[in-house]
Design a protein around this ligand. Structure first.
Ligand code: PLP
Length: 394
């Protein structure tokens, strides 16, 4: 066998799956498709003023001032953006990154050695497989359970802990379940982690978006944690619908000495890459302010599509909409007539694209995941096509 100079951090099998092949074919045949997996806000018909990104041309961006954690003005802007949610964090505890995905990589470098473990929610964001593997970290799942709403299986989570566990990932609200971590859960998890010197990474990229009124206010407040060590992640990608601008951040909370020691080490990591562009840092305050108008449109869209979805699914007894509180996605439980893969591929033939639950590591079949971002009419038509197909298949 020919030996190749490649790391096993990148999977050996890079082949495309059946759904991607069916999609490629439908697009090559120019068949009309309603994309209920749309997650790119810049393609979802929102009104982005054409001069929205003018702050990126500010003359301050002409001077390179390398700072490991980013320019202080930009860190101040992020800190004051947390105040919008009633949260207080010192700008000195804010670290800028190019994206939330990069923030994960920075934190895995800070917290883990090769082969160490991080606990990852299941079901959750599929990119965690790559984000962990690319940094040589082993991801160990803990379950979210849906009864009358979602909750963390705390007993299962404790069983998943080992001597090599270095971090616990929380996604609040979670992609795709739309569940926020509750205050009670965070209190318990903080105690478990602080006692075992495990850091908490709280991914709050969707924290601005609720589909149940009051959900954001009821949710756990990660930055109020005072025991152990916690990192809250956010970014322009979701909070103002600007993924292409590439600005994310990490805000630290917890015991002062641990936060201080983490910042000292993060400084070395961030100084090695200096990956955040100066123009985006110079523009951060203004982009955060201007982006409020985009956030408002996205919030209205996800709330409206969720209500439509609830109404449409209620009329179809064989399907159930799993209760969600926030975020950009929703989950339908559907009858298992064949595999999820067969179902999503046959839906492409019907002109509609949805995610199968197994992409998100649902423990059983059959679930479908839809994005709440598509324009309202496309969304309603797409959901109607999915439900019609399922009813006919029964
Ligand atoms: C839970 C979650 N975290 C992080 C990200 C990535 O955010 P960014 O664009 O800042 O890398 C996503 C993107 O969909 C996500 O769903």
């Amino acid at each position: 066998m020919v030996r190749r100079p490649f790391s096993s951090r990148v999977p050996a099998d890079l082949g495309v799956n059946r759904l991607s092949r069916a999609l490629q074919q439908a697009r090559a045949d120019r068949r009309p498709l309603i994309d209920l997996t749309l997650s790119n806000p810049t393609r979802a018909g929102f009104d982005y003023p054409s001069d929205l990104l003018e702050p990126l041309a500010h003359a301050r961006g002409l001077t390179y001032e390398p700072q490991p954690f980013g320019l202080m003005d930009a860190r101040r802007a992020v800190a004051s953006d947390y105040q919008r949610r009633g949260l207080s964090v010192a700008p000195e505890r804010v670290v800028l990154t190019a994206s939330t995905s990069e923030a994960y990589s920075v934190l895995f470098k800070l917290l883990t050695d090769a082969g160490d473990e991080v606990l990852v929610p299941r079901p959750s964001y599929p990119l965690f497989d790559h984000l962990t593997q690319l940094d040589g970290v082993t991801s160990c799942p803990y379950d979210l359970e849906c009864h009358d709403g979602w909750s963390i299986d705390l007993a299962g989570l404790e069983q998943a802990l080992s001597d090599r566990t270095r971090a616990l990932l929380l996604v609040t609200p979670n992609n795709p379940t739309g569940s926020f971590v509750s205050r009670k859960e965070l209190t318990r998890l903080t105690a478990i982690c602080a006692e075992r010197e495990i850091a908490i990474i709280a991914d709050e990229v969707f924290a601005d978006y609720q589909v149940r009124p009051g959900a954001c206010v009821d949710a756990a407040r990660a930055l109020e944690v005072r025991d152990g060590l916690l990192f809250s992640l956010g970014g322009l990608s979701k909070s103002v619908g600007l993924p292409q601008v590439k600005l994310g951040w990490i805000a630290l909370a917890g015991e002062d000495d641990l936060v201080g020691a983490a910042l000292e080490r993060l400084e070395l990591i961030c100084d090695t890459y200096l990956s955040v562009s100066t123009p985006v840092q110079a523009a951060a305050a203004e982009l955060l302010a201007r982006g409020a108008a985009i956030r408002k449109q996205i919030q209205a869209r996800v709330a409206s599509n969720y209500s439509t979805l609830a109404r449409q699914v209620e009329a179809v007894p064989s399907c159930t909409l799993l209760a969600a509180d926030g975020g950009w996605y929703s989950v339908l439980q559907v009858p298992s007539l064949g595999s999820e893969e067969d179902l999503v591929v046959s839906l492409v033939d019907r002109g509609v694209v949805v995610h199968p639950g197994y992409f998100f590591d649902f423990p059983r079949e059959s679930y479908l995941v839809v994005s709440l971002l598509p324009p309202e009419r496309d969304f309603a038509n797409g959901v109607a096509a999915v439900l019609r197909h399922i009813e006919q298949a029964l």
